[in-house]
Design a protein around this ligand. Structure first.
Ligand code: TYD
Length: 217
């Protein structure tokens, strides 16, 4: 049976590394597998990345007011549109063609990042769930869990430009948010496996592989 597998976690959790390792392992085992990610590299995903890096901003209404990034609502709607496009263009066709498909981030990211309510914000989980109600439910999600200090250390090691979510305060809130989201989705019946992602790359991979092998028995 082909599996739709998702890897999730805050920035620095290692989802990209583990997605690639899992794909390679499945392929080495003779099981066709495709690696993918969100935001995607489709038209909506590309626009989202430009918004996250503030290359697209709202025009300022007065001359001296700073330009603002797009609103949280706009981002939530775009992420949902990107996801539906992802399902139609790649996830569903891959499963139909008997490939495993492994996504680096999915719905859980929308709930954790866009559901991060600050004063005056109105985006809530139920609205995001509604926007995403037609997105395919993963067969299994691996939640790579790390603490704030590990996240900050890994982000600064990476050295690349930070996006709008990579600050201490935001990461702190995201950690709480992710716990809530995983709890909420488990309650609706999603299969979620939490992994201590402060471990070594090999140890995390082994743990993911054990779960996948077990699922396939
Ligand atoms: P990420 O894969 O971490 O990109 P990079 O390789 O540049 O680190 O994803 C980019 C950002 O998108 C990340 O900060 C999380 C955010 N994101 C959301 O806010 N909502 C979503 O629904 C998704 C999928 C990602």
């Amino acid at each position: 049976m082909s599996l739709f597998i998702v890897l999730e976690g805050i920035d620095g959790a290692g989802t990209t590394t583990q997605t690639a390792l899992l794909r390679d392992r499945l392929q080495a085992d003779g099981q066709p597998a495709i690696q993918t990610f969100e935001p995607t590299n489709g038209p909506i995903g590309v626009m989202i990345r430009q918004m996250l890096s503030k290359r697209i901003v709202l025009p300022s209404h007065t001359q001296d007011a700073p330009s603002e990034p797009v609103t949280r609502e706009t981002l939530a709607a775009l992420f949902a549109a990107d996801r539906l496009d992802h399902c139609a263009a790649l996830i569903e066709p891959s499963i139909n063609a008997k490939n495993h498909i492994i996504s680096d981030r999915y719905l859980h990211s929308s709930l954790a990042y866009q559901g991060d309510i600050e004063e005056g914000d109105t985006v809530d989980y139920s609205w995001i769930m509604q926007l995403n109600s037609r997105a395919k439910v993963p067969d299994v999600t691996f939640f790579l869990k790390i603490d704030l200090e590990t996240s900050l250390a890994r982000i600064s090691q990476r050295g690349a430009a930070r996006d709008i979510y990579e600050t201490r305060e935001k990461l702190e809130r995201l950690i709480t948010r992710y716990d809530e989201v995983m709890e909420m989705l488990s309650t609706r019946g999603d299969h979620i496996v939490t992994i201590d992602a402060t471990q070594s790359i090999d140890a995390i991979h082994t743990s993911i592989w054990q779960h996948i092998s077990h699922l396939q028995k």
